[in-house]
Ligand binder design. Structure first.
Ligand code: RAT
Ligand code: ZN
Length: 434
């Protein structure tokens, strides 16, 4: 695939879009349509430029991505405490040396860095990072963002915005704003998972809450969410949940979920994103890279979707073993939208398996991928990889359909790809109305 992707619908079909395609034409039409479609990236950890240093970009950030840190400790004798005491530049140098010079970068995350360097015409096989650093240092951020979005073929990313983050909250209060290409998502982990460590922050801001979330607490959490809705104009509310999450169970988090979060989502007409299956801090020495995965009991989803039919749930699950059940529940509940192949699932072999399964069980009624990018330029390789993986899967689906007796046209392919990469997200997030 070409590194530079054309604007949406720029490519001109050689034949009429309504004409039946020959079976041999299908895969090239699928590739063209995928390359020409601008994607909505519904979950990232990127920030609009007005958030300043919170927005990560450049070679040192790319190399110190926690996916690469986890791999670094497998190929270096450096201990985590030694590594985390280094400066960012020294960390990036150490990772480059261990994973790109002393070893071949064949893993998904290391190949990603190679693909980003290549996209900017930078050498990919140097012994050090001098040229790459010089390139990124001379970029001006606004123009660079535009170039990255063009290279990735995306039109909009959704950020992850934590109103209780001590660095992020002041940025919002001092006038940082969403941006036409960087929309907000209101993240609730500190409220739903770590209330004991955070209720006092709400109390100090004048919300009448207590440690047990009793009395007016649920109503006051709603007032807090409405206030942050006004500031952030989020596309959805979101929480990442451990593998042991279960609903219903007598927990404070479930109480706030049912009595504060879900009513707020209904009132504001926002979906709730649930990312389920993290085993937090299996190895705390690795920091962000220390979380693992566990199979969750997805009867929670059944219970939530049935009990709250007026809520919409965007759901991604971290365990490979949970993927099939997620599809089954999506067939039972139309207020459930599976999305993405998240973190340990975001490898071509697993993305392929999950995506085939979703197409077979759900047609085009799901959101196949999100980037989860933490560093701006990652969207280039993550979306190029997604297009590359999707192309043969979709082509195969259309070939089977043609063999079974239905004509397949470019219009059919365009309609499905638009739905998968854009319009399912647009309609779930009410994007046209915001
Ligand atoms: O994939 C990741 O980068 C994880 O560290 C998590 O941040 C996860 O994506 C999340 O949003 O909780
Ligand atoms: Zn994430």
């Amino acid at each position: 695939m070409k590194a530079t992707l054309p604007k949406q619908s720029r490519s001109r079909p050689e034949s009429s879009s309504a004409e039946a395609l020959e079976i041999v034409q299908i895969s090239s039409v699928v590739e063209q349509v995928l390359a020409a479609s601008l994607i909505i990236d519904i979950h990232t950890h990127l920030f609009a430029p007005s958030f300043g240093k919170l927005g990560l970009w450049g070679i040192d950030e790319l190399l110190t991505y926690h996916y690469l840190e986890a791999e670094f400790f497998r190929s270096s004798h450096t201990q985590p405490e030694q590594y985390f005491a280094l400066s960012k530049t020294q960390q990036a140098d150490a990772i480059w040396r261990a994973l790109f010079v002393e070893n071949t970068p064949i893993s998904e995350s290391t190949r990603g860095v190679v693909a980003v360097l290549k996209a900017f015409g930078l050498p990919t096989d140097r012994l050090d990072l001098t040229e790459a650093r010089a390139f990124f240092q001379t970029q001006s951020l606004d123009a660079h963002i535009q170039r990255v979005f063009d290279l990735a073929g995306i039109s909009l990313v959704v950020m992850t915005n934590d109103p209780l983050d001590p660095e992020e909250a002041p940025a919002w209060l001092n006038g940082a704003r969403e941006h036409p290409q960087f929309r907000a998502a209101l993240r609730l982990d500190k409220i739903l998972r770590h209330w004991e460590a955070n209720w006092q922050v709400l109390a100090a801001q004048g919300y009448n809450v207590d440690a047990q979330a009793s009395g007016k607490s649920a109503a006051e959490v709603q007032r807090f969410l409405f206030d942050w809705y006004e500031r952030m104009r989020p596309m959805y509310m979101a929480v990442s949940l451990p593998d042991l999450f279960f609903y219903p169970a007598e927990t404070l988090g479930n109480y706030l979920l049912a009595e504060a979060v879900l009513p707020s989502c209904r009132e504001l007409d926002l979906p709730l994103s649930l990312m389920i299956g993290v085993r937090p801090q299996a190895n705390p020495a690795l920091g962000l890279a220390g979380d693992a995965v566990g199979r969750a009991d997805l009867r929670s989803l059944e219970n939530l979707c049935r009990t709250f039919p007026k809520n919409r749930f965007l759901v991604s699950v971290l365990s490979r073993e949970n993927q099939h059940e997620l599809c089954v529940y999506a067939r039972k509940f139309s207020n459930l939208m599976p999305f993405g192949c998240w973190w340990f699932m975001n490898n071509p072999s697993i993305v392929e398996e999950i995506t085939r399964e979703r197409i077979e069980m759900l047609g085009a009624s799901f959101i196949p991928q999100h980037s989860d990018a933490r560093v701006l330029e990652q969207v280039i390789y993550k979306w190029s990889n997604t297009r590359r993986t999707l192309a043969p899967i979709l082509s195969n689906a259309y070939r089977l359909l043609a063999q079974d007796g239905r004509t397949v046209t470019r219009n059919d392919i365009q309609r499905d790809v638009t739905r998968l990469l854009r319009s399912n997200a647009e309609s779930w997030m009410n994007l046209s109305g915001r």
